[in-house]
Each structure stands twice: as structure tokens, then as C-alpha cells.
Unconditional design. Sequence first.
Length: 494
Amino acid sequence: MAKHETPLLDQLESGPWPSFVSDLKQEAARRAKNEDNIEYQIPVDVVDDLLGILELSYKHGRTHWKHGGIVGVFGYGGGVIGRYCDQPENFPGVAHFHTMRIAQPGGKFYTSDHLKKLCDLWDMRGSGVTNMHGSTGDIIFLGTTTPQLEEIFYELTHEVGQDLGGSGSNLRTPADCIGQARCEYACYDTQDLCYDLTIEYQDELHRPAFPYKFKFKFDGCPNCCVASIARADLSFVGTWKDDIKIDQEAVQGYIGGELAPNGGAHSGRDWGAFDIQKEVIDLCPTKCMWMEGKELKIETKECNRCMHCINTMPRALHIGDDRGLSILAGAKAPILDGAQMGSLIVPFVKAEAPYTEIKEEIIEPIWDWWMEEGKNRAWFRNRATTRTSSGKRMRLKAAGIVTLTNSENTIRDKGEKPWHLFHPDTILINRWKTGSPISARSNTTIFIRPSSPPTKANGSIMKSCSPACWCMSPKPAMKSTPFAAVAPAPCLSP
């Protein structure tokens, strides 16, 4: 019989979907029977009391968990999230209910024996309740007491061979997709890069020194299975520089119905004959595809690597051979505001061990700048970007940390519509005959002002394209920052 009545929680079991309430009740009953004769090191009724306090929270409309304060294992500043109940007399089993974050293996590959070791450890020294995996990527051990933390940490590291993950104002546990281990679209070895950076930055991961949390996530291709573009402070997304490879015979196979589109994923019902125009070409975001007779053509310089055509016709189209990754900065997914995508800072870089360029020219300068400029418990995105009337700007460029002017780093030549791949603010252009590099409509990007406004062939000043440009206002004084001189937007009149 259940220790606590839970009428409100019981309603969560009434729908058609699996319920965590049912799982908790099952675990509570298993612990009570203890058919495996486990020597539980925390109260046997921990899960019963967990259900009880959760029911009370539903009844009162507020949480009954207190902030845990400082709790952890010796030598580490993260990996444990302290949690205490404000009703210890009524629910003694969850008086202490600390969470431990366990670093997951690359690509989340496990053997059944390894999983059994983890579960056996947590059954004996914890609540037995896990989350596989948390939103950051870690294995989550939910609920143990303070005396068990060191015991779990010792057995985890010495017998199971796994480490704690990150928590607090530090580098969170890097997470990656399955990469080249199982996926033909992976443009770089996600697991190797993820592991390399995890080992390289152990101090940043275990000993909080940042203004706030910082996340790496690694996607092998633009399908973004780890959703790094929406959830990481630095997103590493695989891409390629050369042409998409086309098998024209396979294209005709899809058109003729010999091959099922989407790898047969939507074969459960009759969708009619495959229409390449409607299902692929018209859905291309940059309109870089067309049929020329019986051949499919793709204008590579206008392609933004959305992967839709490749996903729809995987037997006919494949990623290019000149592969690397793009790096984006400043994504986060707050509950109230919703996902905010990262901003492109490095269009293309080769991902080759030992990854010195990525570490020394991108990651570490960004950290040095952020630790100097960041505010306590403020997202990296809040310092890396700012919002103006004409859109988002990257403070990192103004600080001289990253630049997109190196032609070797661009994914493609600048075509007629460069905004298909880059925001106009990220492309440096030469509008004035002086040859000075200027940026397009950015009041935060470094550029050099010429000594005089642009003129036409007859000597008259060009007409203004913006109320904020040179032509409509007196020459302002340059504003100084710790990193660079920043000036208002220049005139972009042709």
C-alpha cells in the first residue's frame, strides 16, 4: 500500500501517454520488496516520500524544495546540485535529495554491463531514480544524502570508470552526436573533438571560475541532432565547402517512384507520387536548385546547407568532400523567451587533431574576454551580443576576438545574395574608393572611416541611404572601448 495518498498525481496516469508517476510508483514498490537484498544506504522509502512531497507541491501550488547551498565532493566545485526538503518531519526520506550529474560517454554509447554497474551503484547509494539523459547531456542521478556523495564519487571514478559532469558557473559537460561512428552525414569526428576538449578543459569543467555556465555542443552536420545551434554558448556544426554530390540516376529513381523519399520514413500512408518540384525544389530556402531537362542542378554558392534535399533524397544527394565545421556563439533556450539561435562567428574551420586553432584562437580568447567583461550569473549570450533597431550584433567582433574577413574561412564565394549564408553585418565590403574596410550598417563592428564622405564622379556628395550615415549627420567623435574604436554606420549608397 502506498505510504502517501496522491490523488492529484494519479490524474497524470489517466492519459494515453506513459507517466513518470507510474514509474515512480513502480520503483517505490520495488524498493519496498527488495527482492535482490540490496543494502540500501539511504531510506528505503525515499521514492514514497518523493511522491508525497510532489503531491503536496501540487496541492499548495509551490515548491517544497529549498536551495541546497554548497554541497559537493572534495576537490570539485561542480557536479552535485544540493537539494533539501522544507518538510523533513513529514517526508524524512527526502530530507536530503541531492542530484549528481555524471559525464556521459561520447555519442552516448554504452555496453549493457556498464549500464548495470551504474544502476547497481545508484540502487544501493541513491534513490534508484535516474534521468537518461538531462537536457545538457549528463546522466542524472536523482536523490541521495550528503554522506553518500563521496562514496558514490569514489566508486564511480575507481570502479565504474566515469567522472562527474559540470554544474554551476563552469564549463558544462560537452555533448555530441553519434558522429562518424554511425552517421554518414557527419563532417568531422564529433566524439574525438568532444573528448579532446573535455580532457583539455578539466579545470574549467570541475572548478567554477566563469561568470555563469558555458556549454559546448557538437553536431556532425547541419541536421543538428544535438540542437547545438539553439542550446550551446559555442556550437560546433559540421559543414562542407565544395559541391553537394549528385547521383543523377538516383534522382530519376526518386522521380520515377523506384526509390522511396525520406528513406521510407513516411511510408505508413499513401502520400501520392513523389513530386521533386513541390517536395524538394520549391522548399529550398535559398532557391538554389532547379531541374535542367532530366538533371538536377544546384548552385553551391547559394546553398546554406539546410540538409532538406539530402534528407529527402539520401540515395541521390550527399554532402561534399571538403569537410569541416562552422562555429556559432551565444545560443540559449530560456523557458520564457524560447530558443534563441547562435550567431555565426567562424564560417568554416578544419576539425583536425590536436585542434590547436579551435582552442587557442577561438575558445580561449572568448573565455578571457568573457571573464573580464561578463556579469555574475549573466548568460554569455548577454555579453556576446547586443540588440539594436536593425537586429542582433556581435560584441565579439567589436572586441576583436573573432573576425570573418579571412577569405580562407568563408564557406563559399560571396554571391549575389550573401545573406543566404551570412547576415549582412558579418560581411566586410569595400564601398568607397579609398579601399578602407567598412562594415554594412553596423555600429558595433570595427571599421576604418575614410577622411571624407563618398562622392559621385561629378564631385557631389552621394545621397544618404540611412538617417544615421555620414551624409545626414556631422562627423561624430569616435567612441573608445577597451578593445577598438567603434563608429556609426557608413553610407551604403551605390
